[in-house]
Design a protein around this ligand. Structure first.
Ligand code: B16
Ligand code: MG
Length: 218
C-alpha cells in the first residue's frame, strides 16, 4: 500500500453533535428575538463559531455591540460544553471505530480536520484520540471551510501528499474544501445534499473493508 492518509471531519462524520449546537444556538437566537429552525441549523454545519453567530445576526436583522457578540459566543459555548458532557464512547457513529482500526492496521495515516475548537475534548469523550496521528481543529486554522487550509495542514502533519488523501465530510463546505485541497472527497450523508462529493455513503458500515482500502489505491 502506498503512503496514504484519511482525513476526518468531526461533527456529522465521527459523532452527531448538530442537535447540541442547535439547542445552544436556539437559546442565543431567542435573545435576538429570532426563531432558529432545524433548516437554519443545517446551514450552520461545518461553519465556525464566529461565522455562525454572524449568520444568526444577519437572520435576526438586528445589530449588536462587539461586547455582546463576545458574550454570546461565550454563552453559546458554555451551554454547548454542558450538553456534550453526555457524550460517551457509544456515541461514535456506526462503523467509525472499525474504520479507524482497519486504517491503522493498514498503516494509513489518520488526521482530524474539524472547524470545532472543542474537537479534542469530544475525541476524548469518545475514547478514540489515540487513533489520530494529527489533530487539526478550529484552533489551528485562520480560514474556515470551504477554504482548504484545515485539510492541507492535516496532510502536511501526517506527511502525505494531498493527492494521496481521502477526506470524509458531511457538509457541502467541507467537500468543497477537500476538493480545493486536491483530495478525494467522500460525502457522509445523502447524494442530494452532497452532490459534489466524489463518492457518497450514508455511513461507514456501507463500505466493505476492501472497498474502503481501495479508496487509498486510486
Ligand atoms: P465549536 P466540523 C463544526 O464542526 C460544526 O459542524 C459546526 O456546527 C460548529 O459551529 C463548528 O464546528 C465550530 O464548533 O463551536 O465547537 O468551535 O463539522 O467541522 O467538525
Ligand atoms: Mg461536519
Amino acid at each position: 500500500m502506498k503512503q496514504a492518509a484519511a482525513l476526518f471531519d468531526l461533527d456529522g462524520v465521527i459523532v452527531e453533535t448538530a442537535h447540541f449546537h442547535y439547542i445552544a444556538w436556539k437559546a442565543i437566537a431567542q435573545q435576538l428575538n429570532f426563531d432558529l429552525t432545524p433548516a437554519h441549523n443545517e446551514a450552520l454545519k461545518g461553519v465556525s463559531r464566529v461565522a455562525s453567530l454572524q449568520q444568526l445576526i444577519r437572520w435576526s436583522g438586528t445589530t449588536i455591540s462587539s461586547d455582546t457578540f463576545e458574550h454570546y459566543l461565550e454563552e453559546k459555548n458554555k451551554h454547548y460544553l454542558e450538553l456534550i458532557k453526555q457524550l460517551n464512547p457509544a456515541d461514535a457513529l456506526p462503523g467509525v471505530v472499525d474504520t479507524l482500526s482497519l486504517l491503522k492496521e493498514n498503516k494509513i495515516g489518520i488526521a482530524l480536520g474539524s472547524a470545532s475548537k472543542n474537537a479534542r475534548s469530544i475525541l476524548e469523550r469518545l475514547a478514540i484520540t489515540s487513533f489520530f496521528d494529527a489533530i487539526i481543529d478550529g484552533n489551528d486554522v485562520q480560514n474556515s471551510k470551504p477554504d482548504p487550509e484545515v485539510f492541507l495542514k492535516g496532510a502536511e502533519a501526517v506527511g502525505v501528499a494531498p493527492s494521496n488523501c481521502v477526506v470524509f465530510e458531511d457538509a457541502q463546505a467541507g467537500i468543497a474544501a477537500a476538493q480545493a485541497a486536491g483530495m478525494y472527497a467522500v460525502g457522509i450523508g445523502t447524494p442530494e445534499v452532497l452532490d459534489k462529493a466524489d463518492r457518497c455513503i450514508p455511513h461507514f458500515n456501507a463500505l466493505t473493508p476492501q472497498v474502503l482500502l481501495n479508496l487509498f489505491e486510486r
